[in-house]
Design a protein around this ligand. Structure first.
Ligand SMILES: [Fe+2]
Ligand SMILES: [Fe+2]
Length: 286
């Protein structure tokens, strides 16, 4: 996932090695002002607004699947090794770090369990799919700062997973899911029809993050990275809100289609309220 409020932008503030690059003139704040304190206040406002919303139906209705997914994510040996690999190389300064990866893995696993139960898959196969989609969730944004990050992430995963105890078919499924997770891109043809389920679960879990998570976390991590003037942030805001509306119709699994739009609606509500706060309390900075 990327925050919809920065669709089309590439990070220009820091290199992969962490060194500062020149920030482009378009993004420069007046007199290179550090906007961090302003965005920290806005993050808190957004979190206050989000805290007043009810728990999303997906988490309320499917608590047991989410808990089982969480337990597997914490207790499975293969996933522990994948997590160690991810922790060593993922970049945490862009809103798509470890916290994002773990949330996507958890929700993708829950979606997989629900979908597998829905089609009557045998438990052993469902359990294996759970582990594989969680591996995909942990790995999916490892190349997030690259221009074609889904493609680059799939290539990274293919190389990284070569030393893991997975069959070639399983590696193909995980890499296909990663390759196919980016919003508003043409859906890639699956290596086999059965690979679609894993891809759909990863995509939907990633797009769940365009709901409240966008306003409580991702957006602010990204603006901290870019440090745009508030006027630039505000100018991009309507486009970001439109992207939220557009993503609602793109959920792919039956469960994602049922619950995803509500999460996006929650995000839209937070976004609208937050803009009211900006227009009333921060007009001097716009
Ligand atoms: Fe993501
Ligand atoms: Fe992504």
């Amino acid at each position: 996932m990327r925050s919809p409020f920065f669709v089309g932008g590439r990070p220009s503030g820091r290199t992969r090695s962490g060194g500062r690059k020149e920030i482009s003139a378009k993004m420069k704040t007046p007199e290179n002002q550090d906007m961090g304190p302003v965005y920290a206040v806005l993050r808190e406002k957004a979190r206050e607004i989000a805290g007043r919303l009810p728990v999303a139906d997906f988490y309320r209705v499917h608590g047991s699947a989410i808990e089982r997914s969480r337990e597997t994510l914490q207790g499975n040996a293969l996933l522990a090794d994948v997590f160690t690999l991810v922790r060593q190389s993922i970049e945490n300064d862009f809103g798509h770090g470890l916290t994002h990866a773990r949330k996507v893995a958890r929700d993708a696993g829950a979606l997989m369990l629900i979908e597998c139960e829905g089609i009557g898959m045998v438990p052993a196969a469902a359990e294996r799919n759970l582990i594989l989609v969680q591996a995909a969730g942990l790995l999916h944004d490892m190349r997030r700062k690259e221009r074609h990050h889904a493609k680059a992430g799939a290539a990274f995963a293919r190389q990284a997973l070569a030393v893991f105890d997975l069959t070639p078919r399983e590696v193909d499924f995980v890499c296909y899911a990663i390759r196919n997770h980016e919003a508003f891109q043409r859906v890639q043809p699956p290596p086999r029809p059965e690979a679609t389920l894993m891809s759909d679960c990863l995509y939907d879990a990633d797009k769940f993050r365009w709901g409240p998570d966008n306003f409580t976390d991702t957006l602010w991590d990204m603006v901290t990275f870019y440090n745009p003037p508030l006027a630039v942030f505000v100018a991009r805001y309507p486009g970001g809100m439109r992207k939220l509306e557009e993503i609602k119709s793109t959920f792919r699994s039956d469960t994602g289609k049922r619950y995803g739009p509500q999460m996006i609606d929650f995000g839209v509500r937070i976004g609208r309220e937050l803009m009211n706060v900006i227009r009333t309390e921060f007009t001097h900075l716009i």
